[in-house]
Ligand binder design. Structure first.
Ligand SMILES: [Fe+2]
Length: 195
């Protein structure tokens, strides 16, 4: 189940309805999808895409998405550090970021356009999210560095990150790095969050 945190207010929101209600004004859609009773999270990519075909096809019709795939990331994934570096800095995309977490977890930070405080969304297995194109955000892996997710694309080229100049990501510590995380000498500082 997703957890929303507003670090500067030490605010924490949980529960499908409350999380969806919080995210809706920002144009972000959130849903829970069936998990274990639908598909083994360790099934093949094709089996996972087949298991969620009803949801995927519905989204393709609604959102103009043309393709779906499954991304598998573990600590052993080649080039993982480069992948992390690519997405943990504030950026936008020219298309929606649509993800369903099959296994593992990760952390979005959202920087609202309307001046509201930055907030994070910890995405866990069974969570589906659609972050609209143009939303300033960044993404961190949690300390397990493991995530398996279905991705939907309108155009894969549109998912290239466009970095925000003077991005604010450095001021926010990923809350899911866990108690064993040792802050670097130039830390992301977030005193409102206790690890
Ligand atoms: Fe992104």
């Amino acid at each position: 189940m997703a957890v929303v945190t507003v670090p500067t207010h030490s605010k924490r929101i949980e529960g499908e309805g409350d999380v969806a209600d919080f995210l809706r004004p920002y144009g972000i859609r959130y849903e829970r999808w069936p998990l274990e009773d639908r598909c083994n999270p360790d099934a093949s990519n094709d089996e996972i895409l087949a298991a969620y075909a009803p949801e995927i096809e519905k989204l393709k019709v609604e959102g103009g998405y043309v393709t779906a795939d499954v991304i598998n990331v573990t600590p052993e994934t080649p080039g993982l550090d480069a992948m992390i570096e690519k997405f943990n800095k504030e950026h936008i995309h020219t298309e929606d970021e649509v993800r369903f977490i099959v296994k593992g977890r990760g952390l979005f930070h959202i920087h609202p356009q309307n001046g509201d405080e930055v907030f994070s969304i910890e995405m866990n297995a069974g969570d589906w999210i659609s972050v609209p194109a143009g939303t300033k955000h960044w993404f961190d892996f949690c300390h397990e560095r493991t995530i398996r997710a279905i991705r939907l694309f309108q155009d894969k080229a549109g998912w290239t990150p466009h970095y925000v100049e003077a991005g604010v990501h450095e001021a926010y510590l990923p809350v899911c790095w866990g108690p064993s995380f040792i802050s670097p000498t130039t830390p992301r500082v977030n005193p409102a969050v206790t690890l």
